[in-house]
Write a protein that binds this ligand. Structure first.
Ligand code: SF4
Length: 253
């Protein structure tokens, strides 16, 4: 099968466990204000590649991908769910660890599309689930999308699959870098036993020049970048929420 590929990174260190071969697919229905890859939004801007072409290229780097594997990121990979499912199916036949980096966008358990999600999950070892905001209005404002898709996808992963989940969360001043929202996120995710990791990522403005090149206005112009120290503080608040739920305490917010 053919997919539309934005780019490939052969030695990724931040997109799953170990050293990874990372395929960035084209196409994304969200419009996150902090997106640093607006050039991935349009599926047709991608280069056409087959699943075999990608896996044969993967093999060249396999000796260097210590404790790693294949990650598909985006854009959002779920836009090309059939292609990613086939890619992961073939990867598992070659005994490759598979990781899906997504926000869960387009998930809907009440449509025929659920069959595609089931197929994809069957061949996915790990999902890095980007929960962009834990409040549905905040989510809409920040991404233009629907938080239910993300949370329903998390439910589905927990109840109907063996996939492990790492939660990812980007902190942005005035949007997600708020004590109550961070705490609520922790309290919410604490119920899921399949969540085995948490990444808190500081917002940066590195994609700003791409907007200029595309003739687009940068939505967070002038927004202060966040630091590693901010991410550590945010993580502590999320962990307080997790702890309270696990101890059976009432939520603080
Ligand atoms: S989901 Fe990712 S690619 Fe899509 S708009 Fe948000 S940050 Fe950008």
């Amino acid at each position: 099968m053919i997919g539309y590929i934005h780019s490939i990174e052969t030695m990724g260190t931040v997109d799953g466990p170990g050293i990874r071969y990372v395929v960035f697919t084209s196409g994304c229905p969200l419009r996150c204000k902090f997106c640093h890859n607006p050039d991935t939004w349009n599926i047709e801007n991608g280069k056409k590649m087959s699943t075999e072409e990608i896996l044969d290229d993967f093999e060249k780097y396999r000796p260097f991908l210590r404790n790693g594997g294949l990650t598909v990121s985006g854009g959002d990979p779920l836009v090309q769910i059939d292609f990613v499912a086939e890619l992961f199916e073939c990867a598992k036949k070659r005994d490759i660890h598979t990781c899906l980096d997504t926000s869960g966008t387009t998930f809907n358990k009440n449509t025929e599309r659920i069959k595609k999600f089931k197929k994809l999950a069957k061949y996915t070892d790990l999902v890095m689930l980007d929960i962009k905001h834990i409040d549905k209005y905040g989510y809409k404002t920040l991404t233009g999308g629907n938080l239910d898709e993300t949370l329903d996808f998390l439910d589905f992963l927990s109840m109907e699959t063996d996939c492990k989940v790492w939660v990812r969360h980007v902190i942005v001043k005035g949007y997600t870098y708020k004590t109550d929202a961070l705490y609520k996120l922790g309290y919410y995710i604490a119920r899921y036993k399949n969540i085995t990791g948490l990444d808190v990522l500081p917002y940066h403005a590195m994609g700003e020049n791409k907007y200029e090149k595309l003739g687009l206005e940068y939505p967070l112009k002038g927004m202060e970048a966040m630091t590693k120290e901010d991410a550590i503080k945010a993580r502590q608040v999320i962990e307080a929420g997790i702890r309270d739920r696990l101890l059976g305490n009432k939520p603080a917010y």
